[in-house]
Design a protein around this ligand. Structure first.
Ligand SMILES: Nc1ncnc2c1ncn2[C@@H]1O[C@H](COP(=O)(O)OP(=O)(O)OP(=O)(O)O)[C@@H](O)[C@H]1O
Length: 594
């Protein structure tokens, strides 16, 4: 509960930060709104009584007061709605930004593959607006409470028993709360379906997958699959809302019974001369107002329950981030001369049973070039994910210069690491920035970017761009679209923004490059990083055995285990897995010697 209140307090703080004057103004308007409703009812009673008694001045005064009250109500409601919409939008943006920070505060990216995490995240992202609205729902409750209090006081004046009318307001409000339960359960149960639907829509509309889908004539299949997911989600939501509707109708039926009983009582009092016609009109007006106010409160309660649910997801996410925050404080040695050691490292992806890496024990000396080879799915990329600190090993440990990666902050290690991945990001930015982002401190440092371009052998590509490094990339932003190999060259240049990195990962960086550029690249790399006695270590994942010969050390992975390791010559002499793969590949290209 305390943590839940912490969320509300936090939301109020965000409102204050977003627009404090508007928040104060709305808070001041709330009691004015409550008083105006009471004023209108009292004015109507006076109007009726003055008219019955023929007091013209009373009629005029009551009409004036009633008109004034109505004017204030309309003005306040409109102004409040406008101001609230603005401030809620601002807080919505602040909450969304906080969610992003919360998600990225976790140093690893394992959580982005956990279904329970993603379901909660998608529920939260759909509900940031209702979360931003939550404090205003509390203000509405407070306003309604004041209005109900004033109404009770006025009804008590007609007959004390009429106050009981308020009790009959409890069932509809409670029913709305009860009705939300199945709706919330349905939202949680359909979160995965909705994500599935969104992903299928993304597949059909993103240019990458859309072309394959069109060629395969599979667009209709994907659309039908998305429709099925959406229909299933809508069916579940509809059934839940229908169950909820039963509770709501029941609640309002009880309220109506109470209203009819109270109306009968007032009519009986008027007939018996114990109340005036004005009292009857006061009762009808107050009962009408009460019903409208309670309906509003019940609706807000509906939204409030939704906000609470969202708040719970928010808390869960924040707790998750706090629990998974980097705790390591040990500094890495400025020059990790001890190299990188993997001791009995194993890894199992979240939500799966089978380990994809097991018992990996390797020593990587500082300054060496290590080639990792193996069949598809052998675990090469997973090994890189562990070494970059994106994932933590499920078993065993990785240490750098004698310091366990768990004991140091991942950010410290990542400062020393650079990488180019086979499916690197295609940043739709001006080319210079798409490269400079590899080291944000030098994002706009033209000289540093040009040096990185040179190291990656991407000079020709940049020269050919219509506005050089200023060329906007990405067709979706009206920029230039690059080929797969050209994007890969930029990804390499991005990785080369950190020439002093202690560790450079190249995960099949040349798969999409033509042989000429590949050759130039390896020549350059030999001069700049790891290879040929440089200070940095290079880990190269490759399917091209022509590049493994230059490595100081080769790791052969199969089924998540290191089955062989050593230099090219030794592995060939051993005539095991590596030698077989090597000969098979060279044979496939018609080369018969080593
Ligand atoms: N996010 C994931 N969740 C679950 N399993 C995964 C995930 N990513 C990879 N795997 C599984 O882990 C195993 C190793 O995958 P990995 O990408 O490390 O192989 P790889 O050796 O790099 O393959 P390739 O040469 O095809 O790139 C595969 O069986 C794959 O199915």
């Amino acid at each position: 509960m305390t943590t839940r209140w912490a969320v509300w307090r936090h939301l109020v703080t965000l409102h204050w930060r977003a627009h404090r004057r508007v928040v104060l103004l709305i808070a001041l308007l709330a009691p004015l709104e409550a008083a105006s409703f009471a004023l209108v009812s009292v004015a109507q009673r006076h109007l009726a009584d003055s008219a019955t008694n023929g007091v013209l001045a009373g009629v005029l005064a009551a009409a004036l007061l009633g008109g004034l009250g109505n004017l204030v109500i309309s003005g306040v409601l409109r102004t409040k709605a406008n101001l609230q919409a603005d401030v809620v939008e601002r807080v919505d943006a602040l909450v969304s930004a906080e969610v992003l920070r919360t998600v990225t505060a976790v140093p690893t990216i394992e959580h982005l593959e956990r279904t329970d995490y993603l379901d909660r995240l998608s529920l939260l992202l759909r509900g940031t607006r209702s979360l931003a609205f939550a404090p205003w729902q509390l203000v509405t409750f407070a306003t309604v409470a004041v209005q109900v209090g004033l109404s009770c006081w006025l009804l008590f004046g007609v007959h004390p028993a009429l106050v009981l009318l308020v009790l009959f307001a409890v069932p509809p409000v409670w029913a709305v709360h009860r009705a939300q339960r199945p709706v919330r359960a349905a939202a949680a149960a359909t979160a995965e379906l909705r994500r599935h639907d969104a992903r299928l829509h993304g597949m059909a509309t993103s240019h990458h997958s859309a072309r394959e889908l069109r060629l395969a004539g599979a667009v209709d299949v994907v659309a039908a699959s998305a429709d099925r997911a959406w229909d299933a989600a809508l069916d579940t939501a509809y059934r839940a809302r229908s169950r909820g509707l039963g509770w709501k109708l029941g609640g309002w039926a009880i309220h109506t019974l109470g209203y009819l009983a109270a109306l009968g009582l007032v009519a009986w009092l008027v007939v018996g001369g114990h109340a005036t016609l004005g009292d009857l009109i006061l009762f009808i007006t107050l009962a009408g107002q009460l019903r409208a106010q309670l309906a509003q409160a019940a609706d807000q309660f509906d939204g409030f329950a939704e906000s609470l649910h969202c708040g719970e997801q928010y808390l869960w996410l924040r707790r998750y981030s706090a629990e998974h925050e980097a705790t390591g404080t040990v500094e890495l040695p400025s020059s990790p001369s001890g190299g990188i050691r993997l001791r009995d490292v194993g890894f199992t992806y979240p939500g799966t049973e089978e380990p994809v890496l097991s018992g990996v024990t390797v020593d990587i000396p500082q300054g060496s070039t290590v080639a990792v080879v193996g069949d598809n799915g052998a675990g090469k990329t997973t090994l890189v994910k562990l070494l970059t600190g994106m994932y933590r090993p499920t078993t065993g440990a990785i240490s750098v210069g004698g310091v366990d990666l768990d004991e140091t902050a991942p950010a410290r290690w990542r400062d020393r690491v650079t990488a180019a991945f086979q499916d690197g990001a295609e940043f739709a930015l001006p080319a210079g920035r798409a490269i400079g982002v590899g080291r944000v401190e030098h994002l706009d440092d033209r000289e540093a970017v040009e040096r990185a371009v040179d190291r990656a052998g991407a000079g020709e590509l940049v020269l050919a761009l219509p506005r050089g490094l200023d060329t906007q990339l990405g067709a979706v932003y009206d920029g230039l679209e690059l080929s797969g190999g050209q994007w890969q060259q930029l990804a390499l240049a991005r990785a080369m923004m950190r020439p002093d990195a202690a560790l450079t990962f190249l995960d099949e960086p040349t798969a999409a490059l033509d042989p000429r550029i590949e050759h130039q690249l390896y020549e350059r790399m030999a001069r700049h990083v790891g290879v040929a006695g440089g200070a940095g270590t290079t880990i190269l994942i490759t399917h091209r055995f022509s590049t493994t010969r230059m490595a100081d050390h080769i790791l052969v992975l199969a089924g998540g285990r290191v089955v062989e390791q050593g230099r090219h010559r030794d592995l060939m002499a051993r005539d095991g897995v590596y030698a077989t793969l090597y000969r098979a590949q060279l044979g496939a290209y018609g080369v018969t010697h080593e």
